[in-house]
Design a protein. Structure first.
Length: 419
């Protein structure tokens, strides 16, 4: 028998569905800088290490929460009971820590660092049962790209990111001048996307299909508007200057701050995007051979024939969420384009750290079309303000955009109000 959990929600919601009277946007847009015609409000604040989010059919917002030294993980369920646009009812489901949550076909699918579980959803969720295990035993090393983010296709297939616990598959991790292992043994169980049957229980990683390879870590993964093709944006490698600057003068601190690009991939079956052997050079706009494998910053070698990104973004911005906007509330230019939440950098010295924003990537005919635009900025605030870090994205039933923050536990709502 499965043990019941407790979640106290009884009132019918009016949250973010177009029902009730929405709250006015904050006079300063909650500190955010947005395009003309958009405004923002804070709908919840200081509620945990918030990762990805999803909406249930009744308008309740569910957010995955990672655990920290001071906070426990789980799933937060948020509801606007009085229709004012603020999610004042906050309850918790379970204590499993995770980063991904997706509502699909009557279930809340939740990703921990080693497993994907699912909760049977009901409108009240007063007594949700303990979850069923869909996939278990996936590779994870604490602190090394362990988060199992995923996307679910319209046919129920689950595409899971299993990040590689390494910078470049070195013989000795992060030791200057250390060569890379070739072939890289980590690629046997990580560094790519695995496909699983979302309706089958208690699958192991070995039961999944290796869908793509050569990907260091794709926290930002989603399905295209058709629900048939997965896309993702990768966290690129680090330490080009730190590990190789004294050996190859081309790897200056300035060069390393901008390279490699963060890459968006169309995740077609069988694709190989080259990690750890290759990285995407911002200046040359192509893949080049990594120094651990004999590269010198220019040489391509086998990287000349490896999978290329469909779009590229500044180095070390750390993409953590991606979604295609298929609602109709925003102007037509945003329809079927992609929003990406960048978590922000830690290693762009000697320049300032950057990222900490949400960008919009236009699409046309199913492909990126034109340059990206910074859509929402200002999360980092001033020098004395606590830094916010965009992490999760989801479109509300009314077409507004929800952005979660895992630094201060804030939830933003961005909506179109016209010019």
């Amino acid at each position: 028998m499965r043990k019941a959990l407790t979640l106290l929600f009884l009132a019918a919601p009016a949250a973010l569905t177009g029902q009730g009277t929405p709250a006015q946007c904050a006079p300063d847009n909650a500190g955010l800088k947005l395009p003309a015609g958009f405004c923002a409000q804070i709908v919840a604040d200081s509620i945990g290490t918030l990762r990805h989010a999803t909406f249930a059919p009744n308008g309740d917002l569910y957010i995955a929460v990672r655990s920290t030294n001071t906070q426990r993980g789980g799933i937060l369920a948020l509801r606007d009971a009085d229709g004012d646009g603020v999610l004042e009812k906050v309850s918790r489901i379970g204590t499993l820590a995770g980063s991904e949550i997706v509502f699909h076909d009557g279930y809340l699918y939740f990703g921990t660092d080693t497993a994907i579980v699912r909760y049977k959803w009901s409108a009240d969720m007063e007594r949700p049962m303990a979850p069923d295990t869909v996939v278990m035993g996936m590779r994870a090393e604490r602190g090394h790209h362990a988060a199992k983010t995923f996307a679910i296709g319209r046919d129920g297939s689950i595409y899971v990111n299993i990040g590689a616990p390494s910078n470049a598959c070195e013989e000795k991790m992060n030791v200057p001048g250390t060569k890379g292992l070739d072939p890289c043994p980590l690629l046997e169980t990580s560094g790519g996307i695995w496909k699983f049957d979302g309706k089958k229980l208690r699958q192991s990683q070995a039961d999944g299909e290796r869908w793509t390879t050569g990907i260091r870590n794709i926290v930002a993964i989603t399905m295209d508007p058709s629900g048939r093709v997965p896309y993702g944006t990768q966290h690129g490698r680090d330490l080009l200057a730190g590990n190789w600057g004294k050996i190859h003068p081309i790897y200056t601190e300035a060069k390393s701050a901008e390279n490699p690009a963060e890459e968006m991939f169309r995740l077609d079956k069988g694709a190989d995007f080259g990690w750890p052997y290759c990285y995407y050079d911002v200046d040359q706009k192509t893949k080049v051979l990594a120094p651990e494998y004999g590269g010198d910053g220019v040489k391509q070698g086998k990287c000349a024939s490896i999978g290329q990104p469909v779009a590229a973004y500044p180095g070390h911005w750390a993409p953590n969420a991606m979604l295609f906007y298929t609602a109709s509330a925003f102007p037509a230019k945003y329809r079927n384009g992609a929003f990406i939440a960048f978590h922000g950098s830690w290693n762009r010295a000697p320049g300032p750290q950057a990222g900490f924003n949400v960008v919009f990537q236009p699409f046309a005919n199913g492909r990126p079309s034109g340059a990206y635009e910074v859509f929402a900025d200002g999360f980092r605030g001033g020098p004395t303000e606590q830094q916010r870090r965009p992490t999760g994205l989801v479109v509300a039933p009314d077409g507004s955009l929800i952005v979660t923050d895992d630094k201060g536990g804030r939830v933003y709502r961005v909506r179109w109000v016209g010019r």
